[in-house]
Design a protein around this ligand. Structure first.
Ligand code: ATP
Ligand code: MG
Length: 227
C-alpha cells in the first residue's frame, strides 16, 4: 500500500492503549512509514546507561513523566538523524508529544521544515481492558516489539519471534505504576488534544483490542491520504 501524500501521524492513547502494536501493523502495511516511540528511545538510553537513561529509569519506574526539554531533545534529535525533517517522508510518533509544551516545541521545529503533524489519532480503549492487558504484556526491549499472552503471544514462549532473544516485563507494567501512568496521562493530554483539534487534525478510533482498532485506523488513513 502506498500513500499519495506524506503522512505525519501522532498516536495518542492511555498507557497500554496499543500505540506500539498498532504502529508495527501500520509499518507492515506502509513500508514508507518510519516510526519513533519516545518510550523506546528512553528505554534505549537506559540500556546504554547514559545520564538521561539513569534519570529515565528512576522516573519510568515511578510512573512519572520525564522533563519536557529532555524528551523533546531526544525525539527531535532522532527525527533529524533519520532525515525526517522534510516534507517528503512519512512517519509516526508514538508517545510524544504528550504535554502541550512538548507539542509546541516540536511544532516550532516541524514548521521550519514545512512538515507539521497532519493527523493525530486518539486510540480510545476502556480503562478496565488496558489494566488487564498490562499484566499480560511482554516486550523485546532492544526492538520495542510487543507481545500479549492473550492476543498475540510469541511463537515460542518467552522468546522474541525475530531474534529468539529473551522477552521481559517492563518495570512499569504492574498495577501500581500503571495507575500512576494513567493519572499522568489524564493530567496532561487534554490540552494536547485541544491544540491539535484547533489545527483541524484531531481524530479518534475506539475499541477494546488492537484487532478492532487497527482496521478503523487504517480506514481513516486511507480516506485521508490515499485518494
Ligand atoms: P504504552 O507504551 O503502553 O502505550 P506509555 O505510553 O505510558 O504506555 P511509553 O510511551 O513506553 O509508555 O513510555 C514509558 C515511560 O517513559 C512513561 O511512563 C514516561 O515515564 C516516559 N515517557 C515516554 N514518553 C514521554 C514523554 N513524551 N514525556 C515524558 N515522559 C515520557
Ligand atoms: Mg509504547
Amino acid at each position: 500500500m502506498s500513500l499519495l501524500r506524506p503522512l505525519r501521524l501522532l498516536l495518542i492513547s492511555p498507557p497500554g492503549g496499543g500505540k506500539g502494536t498498532v504502529s508495527s501493523k501500520l509499518l507492515k502495511e506502509y513500508q514508507s512509514i518510519t516510526s519513533i516511540s519516545s518510550g523506546d528511545l528512553l528505554r534505549n538510553e537506559i540500556r546504554s546507561k547514559t545520564d538521561v537513561g539513569q534519570l529515565a529509569s528512576k522516573i519510568i519506574q515511578e510512573g512519572g513523566l520525564l522533563p519536557d526539554d529532555i524528551v523533546s531533545n531526544i525525539v527531535i534529535k532522532e527525527l533529524k538523524s533519520r532525515n525526517l525533517l522534510n516534507n517528503k517522508n512519512s512517519w509516526l510518533l508514538d508517545g510524544f508529544p504528550r504535554t502541550l509544551n512538548q507539542a509546541k516545541v516540536l511544532h516550532q521545529d516541524l514548521f521550519k521544515y514545512d512538515s507539521t503533524i497532519n493527523l493525530v489519532v486518539e486510540l480510545k480503549v476502556p480503562e478496565k481492558v488496558i489494566l488487564e492487558r498490562i499484566e499480560n504484556r511482554w516486550v523485546h526491549i532492544p526492538s520495542g516489539r510487543i507481545y500479549n499472552l492473550q492476543y498475540n503471544p510469541p511463537k515460542i514462549t518467552g522468546k522474541d519471534d525475530v531474534t529468539g532473544e529473551q522477552l521481559s516485563k517492563r518495570p512499569d507494567d504492574n498495577t501500581d505504576v500503571f495507575l500512576k501512568r494513567l493519572e499522568a496521562y489524564k493530567e496532561t493530554i487534554g490540552p494536547v488534544k485541544e491544540w491539535y483539534d484547533q489545527q483541524g487534525v484531531l481524530d479518534s478510533v475506539e475499541g477494546e483490542t488492537s484487532d478492532i482498532i487497527y482496521p478503523k485506523l487504517l480506514e481513516l488513513i486511507k480516506k485521508k491520504f490515499n485518494q
